[in-house]
Design a binder for this molecule. Sequence first.
Ligand code: FES
Length: 138
Amino acid sequence: MITSSASNLTDQLWPLAAVAIYPCRRAQGADRPTPMPVILHPHSDFHQVMVKHPEGFEVILVKLDGVVHAYRNSCPHIGIGLDYGDGHCKHGERQLICNMHGALFDADTGYCTDGPCSGDSLTRLRVAIDAAGRVVGL
Ligand code: FES
């Protein structure tokens, strides 16, 4: 098992199927997340999904340049989620955006480059990827 957010993955390893984490289903109005595979786009250089950590908090999963990164969905400005409840915080070609006040974060480092929390960073989480390219844990 590879346990690193800096693991290089080839295209044939996608899509990812997660067995230990759950997509955020708030946008559908569900009270609880429903377990299902996590799919990151196999032919996109930059893709983002929101998932639920087994401990209950939300996690931003980002695939950028073949590397998967994971961050806690908590803006360093005031601690709320970056999305508007729809699970999306991807911005442009390589950034994440906080939809509340517009802070911008580099997707591969979590570093805030612009906005009220400029100079702070998202909290990076370890992501476990198996030999078949599946996210098997956070
Ligand atoms: S809450 Fe994220 S920029 Fe203000």
